[in-house]
Design a protein around this ligand. Structure first.
Ligand code: 5AD
Ligand code: SF4
Length: 459
């Protein structure tokens, strides 16, 4: 039974209770998992009769899908909730908060105590209960809370309102078992659960039939994808099975753990045309002593060996990473190891972070925290090292013709279009609406650290 049949009665009653032309607005914080959860929430809200609005001021329902990976992510949400308090005084507004912060008891309690204007609270495991929660709230006019600690996959019953018609996220697994000593995710998203491979393949076949050209497989650690009752079926098997789907032009995945990425997956980059030449492999730090304290379970040498291997197999692969500075006890020498490693790898792009202590994780209890000024100084030196590398890598593409999946108009100049190369480089070029959604050859004419510019060479 699909979601709509199952919830038919709730949806029917709820539709009657909604204001006419009820509008919703979702604010999403954090990673692609959250973005995709918001697409599912958006689909649910439209099934029950809401319409999306880009303007929060005219929304009857505002929903904050939160992230708790760093302190700053949580602060943004508290700031937004403060603003919404004033809006709520001026009009009839329902406020819902969901996502990782609500899975954390401390943050949930803070919202419960300090933000009395929040009407509905739910977690990452019970998105599908949103119609029932809304109904309860509209009927009782009381605050409604529903958090499930345990995860049950209901993906097959939910669809998502995709932001783009020709590319889509697809969840393949949830949760994480790694317990890196700084990370809150295993506590908010719980233990790893993999979806059955047939469910994923069916979802992708349906997406491709509806016009999707590119999928991004999502999981905190896709390399440990292990569907129950599918003896020996691995992430690499899944990639090869997906590559057989006619019409699916591009396959991406996020995120891999360096300790788990296998040689056969690296081979797949060479073997499969549709597996994009882009690898996001978070290193976090370049010092063995810091990696050990982070509980990452690989050494800088292990990491560099994997990088060498993939570069040998696929010389034009674009490499991306996550790097953190200021982990407890990180010395200047440790930090220099990080700088050395990034120079060795020659990344195309990177997500860089200041370490942020998260209550409940082992690293937060370490008494040798690094002062803020030192963290900031290392962060600045890291980006000063990285940006010229990005620029050099991008400039090397000038004169080449690359295939770009055209996504949209450029935000800054509507006569320009923007899209991504197979290697995930953001590329701008001049062109009209009819090119959106196509994969086109673009001749690269200039580049900086963060994007490329080019010309469409077809007609
Ligand atoms: N502080 C700073 N960055 C963090 N990340 C995870 N936890 C923390 C933290 N406590 C970063 C890691 C991870 C990315 C998603 O966020 O680099 O790969
Ligand atoms: Fe967090 Fe480590 Fe799991 Fe990534 S692998 S989600 S950093 S615990």
């Amino acid at each position: 039974m699909n979601f709509i049949d199952q919830e038919e009665q709730v949806i029917h009653i709820l539709k009657d209770k909604l204001p006419s032309q009820a509008k919703y607005h979702i604010m999403t914080y954090g990673c692609q998992m959250n973005e995709h959860d918001s697409e599912k929430i958006s689909w649910i809200l439209e099934q029950v009769g809401f319409h999306a609005t880009p303007d929060p001021q005219e929304a009857d329902l505002i929903l904050l899908n939160t992230c708790s990976i760093r302190h700053s992510a949580e602060d943004k949400v508290y700031g937004k909730l403060g603003e919404l308090k004033h809006q709520k005084k001026q009009r009839d507004l329902t406020i819902a908060v969901c996502g990782c912060m609500m899975q954390r008891e401390e943050s949930r309690n803070k919202v419960l105590e300090k933000c009395k204007h929040v009407d509905i609270i739910f977690g990452t495991n019970n998105i599908h209960k949103l119609p029932a929660l809304l109904l309860d709230h509209y009927e009782t006019e009381k605050r409604t809370i529903d958090i499930d600690e345990s995860f049950q996959s209901i993906d097959d019953k939910l669809l998502a309102n995709r932001y783009y018609p020709y590319k889509s996220f697809v969840n393949i697994m949830y949760g994480c078992n790694n317990f890196c000593s700084y990370c809150i995710v295993p506590y908010t998203r719980g233990r790893e659960v993999s979806r059955p491979s047939q469910d994923i393949l069916n979802e992708v076949r349906a997406l491709v039939a509806s016009g999707v050209l590119e999928i991004t497989l999502l999981g905190q650690n896709v390399n440990s994808y292990t569907p129950a009752l599918e003896n020996g079926y691995s992430f690499t098997h899944l990639i090869y099975d997906l590559a057989k789907i006619q019409g699916l032009k591009r396959i991406r995945f996020m995120t891999s753990h360096p300790k788990d990425i296998s040689d056969d997956l690296l081979m797949a980059f060479k073997d499969l045309d549709s597996l994009c030449n882009f690898l996001h492999l978070p290193v976090q730090a370049g010092s063995n002593s810091v990696l050990r304290k982070m509980n990452r379970r690989y050494s800088r040498e292990d990491y560099m060996r994997k990088i060498d291997k993939v570069k040998n197999l696929v010389p034009d692969i674009a490499l991306c990473t996550d790097i953190m500075v200021g982990f407890p006890e990180e010395s200047e020498d440790d930090f220099q190891d990080t700088l050395d490693l990034v120079k060795y790898v020659q990344y195309d792009s990177a997500f860089t972070f200041l370490y942020s202590p998260r209550e409940g994780t082992p690293a937060a209890n370490n008494i040798q925290q690094i002062p803020k000024e030192i963290k900031q100084d290392r962060f600045n030196r890291l980006t000063e090292t990285l940006y010229p590398i990005f620029e050099k890598k991008n400039k090397a593409l000038v004169g080449k013709t690359l295939e770009v999946l055209v996504e949209d108009h450029s935000k800054h100049d509507t006569s320009m279009l923007t899209g991504r190369t197979e290697s995930f480089k953001l590329t701008h070029f001049r062109g009209g609406d009819r090119l959106i959604g196509k994969i086109l050859p673009i001749k690269i004419t200039s580049a900086n650290s963060f994007n490329l510019e080019g010309e469409f060479i077809g007609s």
